[in-house]
Each structure stands twice: as C-alpha cells, then as structure tokens.
Design a protein around this ligand. Structure first.
Ligand SMILES: [Fe+2]
Ligand SMILES: [Fe+2]
Length: 369
C-alpha cells in the first residue's frame, strides 16, 4: 500500500477491493469512511463502512460514484456505533436504496433506528454464529465482528475482513491532527489526545487491545474512523502504547493529585502565549482574572503573573484561561497556540481538554485595560 502522494479528492485503494472514501484529511478531525467490494458467483456486495456525517455526503458521492457507477449500488452498510460523524449519511443512503442491509450491534441499532430507518433492513451482528459470516460471492469473502465495549460506546464493534486482513476499528485507534492518510510514529500524539478525551477508561482500552492481539490471522491494516491508517510495525507499537494509556475517568479522578503538574502546565501555557503574542497582550489577558476582572479570581498569581494555585474545578480553570487568550488573538495564532498547548499538556500526561477540539472561532472582544 502506497498512501503517500495519493489524490485525496478521489477514492484511494488501501487493500484489494477496499477503498478509503473519507473526508477532511489534514483537518483537525478527519472522517474515514471505507468501501469494500465483494464480487463473484454472479453477485456483488458493496459494503460501506462508517458512512460519515451529512456534511461529507457530497464528497462521499463524488468518491464512490466512479467505483460503483451510482452510490445507490451500495447495498450493505456497516456501522461501528451511532455517533453523527459515523451515521449521518445512513438515512440518505437507505432512501437511495431501500434494500440496503444495515449491520450493527443491537445497542447501536436501538439509537440509530430513531432516524426513521426501515427496521427490516437491519441485521444484528449478535445473530451471527461466532460473530462471523461469509458472503456468497466467494468462500474467501468472510468477515468477523469484534465488540469493543465502551470504546467509546457500549455497543461499539470493530469489523475484520478476513481476506484482506483489514481491521476497521471505528473510533478506537483514531486520532486528531493527522497529516496525510497513512499513520507515522508522529501520529501517536493525536491518537493519545483523542483517546484521553473520548475513551472512558483504560480497562475498556485494554479489552480492545487484547481482542485485536487474539485475531487469527493478525491484521495487516488498522483502518480507524479518524486519523491515519496504521500498518506494519506501527500496529504492535501503537497497541503497546495504548495498553498503558490513562484516559477519561482515569485522568479525571486522579486530577487532584496532579494539581502541581497542572499549575506548571498553566505557567508554560502563559509563557508560550507571551512568546507568541507579546508581554503586553499577556498582561492584558491575565487582568481578566484579577478580582475585579470579567472572570472570578480563578488563580492565585504573583505580581509577575506566575500562577501559584488554582481555585475551583481545575479543568474549567485551564479552559477559562485558554478561552480568554483565544479571544484576543487571530485564527492563525489560535492554531499555533492549540499545538503548543496540546504538546504542553501531553508532556505532563494531562488531558488535552474539550476546548482544543472545538471548531468554534473566538471573536475578538474589547480589552479591559
Ligand atoms: Fe464516536
Ligand atoms: Fe468518530
């Protein structure tokens, strides 16, 4: 598989008869959808995996049409879980082809079905013996379902194509801020940040890692719904790193113990802002946090602006500071700051915070001087 130098405006073949048909590569949170075509014995199954959000529909049509002639020829849809970035396009696709079969867990379907989808087209993966099934196109066309409970949804389930050995992992092993379509070792920072934010606990991650390691034959390609596609030595490397990653609740419950690290990070964030935007702008921003400012006095600070203590809920305090900084700088500076902040927090093993994933732009507000 050669994924460098590919044209991302069209479908990209990542394995035999398996195509990436996603959107938003090189954006903060890209969306990977995949098309797997099974053909033989006079029949065809065109399976779309995680069809993506409604905002990507035009792009999906543009990528799938040259392969199938018509997107209405998609006759099978696999859904990892029910999030809008995964299932937004399902109602469109089932309207274009009402005979489309939907595959998902019962827990996922209970929520997806609320989008007025015809229930007769649904097949629960729990009904397949040993969580495996085969297509009548060819004996080698077999798939296996691998549930990954609470990664991040209760009913999340990966899909393994036993012929091509591509494992479609959904949000598990997904990442933010990926560059290009193929993961490199530098993708780990974005994978770590995404999991710290969206995965509930290390226990859930460990179970998913164990299930991947048990797959026989082992996968050659891990194809997540976000971030880069993982191959080769990066597969065991990322699984090893993932196994020990503290995420979600692990971090929240231990945050109190991490207060000194959080204070240190805050001071590093302030120093980074000073370097990027100057002393004057930094002091103006910090004035918001003086007792008479727009915000309550959330920090104890020395006269030189060094944070010595945090009052209140630590995550909210950090987010409040970042929010004020972002209101005072350009979009370009915001992006530069986001990268610096993520690096500072991850260096200290702290969560990257929701704010950093927000796509909203921060309108400049008049300064209090
Ligand atoms: Fe999700
Ligand atoms: Fe997702």
């Amino acid at each position: 598989m050669k994924l460098s130098d590919v044209n991302l405006d069209q479908a990209v073949e990542i394995a035999p008869n398996t195509y990436w048909v996603g959107s938003g590569v090189n954006s903060f949170l890209n969306r990977n959808s995949y098309l797997r075509i099974y053909q033989g014995n006079g029949s065809v199954a065109n399976m779309l995996i995680d069809p993506g959000p409604t905002s990507d529909f035009d792009d999906l049509v543009a990528k799938v049409t040259p392969l199938l002639g018509d997107i209405a020829k998609v006759n099978l849809i696999y859904i990892n879980h029910q999030d809008p970035d995964v299932v937004g396009n399902v109602p469109f696709l089932t309207k274009l082809n009402p005979k489309t079969t939907l595959l998902a867990t019962e827990d996922t379907w209970r929520l997806v079905s609320l989008a007025n989808l015809p229930s007769t087209t649904f097949r629960a993966i729990e009904r397949f013996r040993d969580l495996k099934t085969a297509f009548n196109t060819d004996p080698s066309h077999r798939i296996q379902f691998i549930p990954t409970p609470f990664c991040h949804f209760r009913g999340a389930c990966m899909l393994y194509d036993l012929e091509t050995r591509v494992l479609f992992t959904g949000d598990f092993l997904g990442g933010i801020a990926a560059v290009g379509l193929e993961a490199t070792p530098s993708n780990w920072a974005g994978i770590k940040a995404f999991h710290q934010l969206y995965m509930p606990s290390n226990d859930a991650i460990r179970l998913a890692v164990q299930r991947i390691r048990k797959l026989d034959p082992p996968p050659l390609v891990l194809a997540p719904q976000h971030g880069g596609i993982i191959t080769g030595d990066l597969i065991p490397e990322f699984l090893d790193q993932m196994e020990n990653l503290q995420v979600g609740l692990d971090i929240i419950v231990s945050l109190d113990e991490q207060l000194p690290l959080l204070i240190q990070s805050l001071n590093e964030i302030i120093a980074a802002f000073k370097e990027l935007c100057g002393e004057e702008r930094t002091s103006q921003s910090l004035r918001y946090f003086h007792p008479d400012g727009s915000y309550p006095a959330l920090f104890s600070m020395t006269a030189t602006g060094l944070v010595t203590d945090i009052k209140g809920e630590p995550v909210e305090v950090v987010e409040a500071l970042i929010r004020v900084f972002f209101r005072l700088i350009t979009e370009e500076q915001q992006n530069a700051m986001k990268a610096r902040i993520v690096r500072i927090l991850l260096d200290h093993n702290l969560p990257p915070f929701d704010l950093l994933l927000a796509q909203e732009s921060y309108e400049p507000v008049p300064l209090r001087v």
